[in-house]
Design a protein around this ligand. Sequence first.
Ligand code: NAD
Length: 365
Amino acid sequence: METLKVGLIGTGDIAPAYIRGCAPFNVIDIVACADLLHDKAEAFAAAHGLKALSVADLLARGDIDIVINATVPAAHAEVALQIINAGKHAYSEKPLAIDRAEAEPVMRAAVAAGLRLGCAPDALLGGGNQTARRALDAGAIGLPVAGTAFFLSRGPESWHPNPDIFYQRGGGPLLDMGPYFLTALVHLLGPVARVSASAAISFPERIAASEKHMGRALPVEVNTHVAGTLEFASGAIASLIASFDISGHHLPPLEIHGSEGSLSLQKPNMFDGEVSLLQAGSREWETLPFSHTTNIGRGAGVAVMAYAIQSGRPHRASGALAYHVLDIMCALEESAAQGRHISIQSTIERPEPLPAGLADGELDW
Ligand SMILES: NC(=O)c1ccc[n+]([C@@H]2O[C@H](COP(=O)([O-])OP(=O)(O)OC[C@H]3O[C@@H](n4cnc5c(N)ncnc54)[C@H](O)[C@@H]3O)[C@@H](O)[C@H]2O)c1
């Protein structure tokens, strides 16, 4: 496989994770970066041995094949479109966009140009999510009938260097953390057919506590507590709570329950969360050995996309999967606002599981 050169737009908090996570894969090489704030791109480039460019110059470089879009959610669609219009494959951070109307032109542009559109989260490629998928597909819990997904915290304003985005349109716990939980559920249970939800802004103002913003009041524009029900096309039903309003809890992050037992997963944003299995009739949970490497991180989805570009096969952390997840999240908000069930118009096939036994730094093509 040829090494494809990669550019990175958005050199904020998450950008170093891409440098670390892409490094083990010979199929990709991050060579340049850009940011609206050019000083930030220059400091990042100096720290990581890259070339700092303006966004326009990065997109004009003929030797760059793939561009990672690690900008803020409200800019994802616009930047992804710029990348595609420049003739490059785009890989966006989550969510794909902040609503369907912004996401759809991006999807259409990629198809029309014959370019790949990938999207985080790629934690579905990690040992935790792959081990659960393998157990489920092998029939370890029989027919899956139910799931639970709980992300509850008191919000990221205590630590994040740019806390405002979490409480503005495009933020909130559902759009911020929902992609991990919903991608994991869809990866295991398949597409969602219908949802219902209730949602609230529990506190109209938040107080930032990170060093740079200590004590600053942040107005809240988005629901900060969303409790929903997901009905899968398979007939399974999952309960989901995404909240920035909860100080502490004892709820498990993610569980799948079937006719013959239950699977319990750690937070699906991790690549290395342990998976445990309880078989019907037993009272003992057993920890499953990992079927896939946990020595993998954010950026694996970019590497899989680089393989797929060259082999012609579908990539796993795809724009289509991210669109289905966005569709579900938009429908949850609409259900809460309108007080009725909402049918999901998009659908998706579960991405292929990774083959077991791949060495570190090796992915499937
Ligand atoms: N921080 C985390 O822990 C984390 C974890 C997982 C995923 N993410 C995701 O990564 C993305 C970025 O988050 P972050 O925490 O790094 O945010 P951030 O605010 O720290 O960084 C975003 C960067 O993008 C730049 N930017 C914004 N609009 C731009 C544009 N139009 N063109 C070029 N640059 C632009 C900003 O100047 C900033 O440097 C978000 O989608 C977020 O959901 C973040």
